[in-house]
Ligand binder design. Structure first.
Ligand code: HEC
Length: 103
C-alpha cells in the first residue's frame, strides 16, 4: 500500500514537472485560433487589436481584470473566446499578445 502511494506521488510529481517544463504558451498562435475572428474585425463590439483608443479605458482596469474577463467572459466577450479547452495560461498568453502593441 505504502509503495503504491509512493508510486502515485512520483507519478504526480512527474506530471507536475512536465507541465512546468513545457514551453511558454504561444500567444500569437492562440490569438490567431481563438481571438482573431472578433478582435481583428470588431465583431460584436470587440476592441480591435492595435486600436489604442479602444483599449485605453480597458487597460485602466489593470491586467488582472483583463485576464479575468478573458478567462471567465465579460458581456459579449465569451469565456476563453469560446475555446473552453484552452488553459488559463494560454488565454493569458493570448491577452499579452493582443495587448502588446498598445501597452
Ligand atoms: C465571439 C467574439 C469574441 C472572441 C472569439 C473573443 N472575444 Fe474578446 N471580446 C469580445 C467582445 C465583444 C468584447 C467586448 C466586451 C464588452 O466590453 O462588452 C471583448 C473584450 C475582450 C477583452 C477586454 C475585456 C475588458 O474587461 O474590457 C479582452 C482582454 C479580450 N476580449 C480578450 C480575448 C481573448 C484573449 C480572446 C481569445 C482567447 C478573445 N477575447 C476572443 C468578443 C470576442
Amino acid at each position: 500500500m505504502k509503495r503504491l502511494a509512493a508510486a502515485t506521488l512520483t507519478g504526480i510529481a512527474a506530471l507536475a514537472f512536465s507541465a512546468f517544463a513545457q514551453a511558454e504558451p504561444d500567444g500569437e498562435a492562440i490569438y490567431n485560433r481563438a481571438c482573431m475572428a472578433c478582435h481583428m474585425t470588431g465583431a460584436a463590439g470587440a476592441p480591435i487589436k492595435g486600436d489604442a483608443d479602444a483599449w485605453a479605458p480597458r487597460l485602466e482596469q489593470g491586467m488582472e481584470t483583463l485576464y479575468e474577463h478573458s478567462i471567465n467572459g465579460f458581456q459579449a466577450m465569451p469565456a476563453k473566446g469560446g475555446q473552453v479547452n484552452l488553459s488559463d495560461e494560454e488565454v493569458k498568453a493570448a491577452v499579452d499578445f493582443m495587448l502588446e502593441p498598445v501597452l
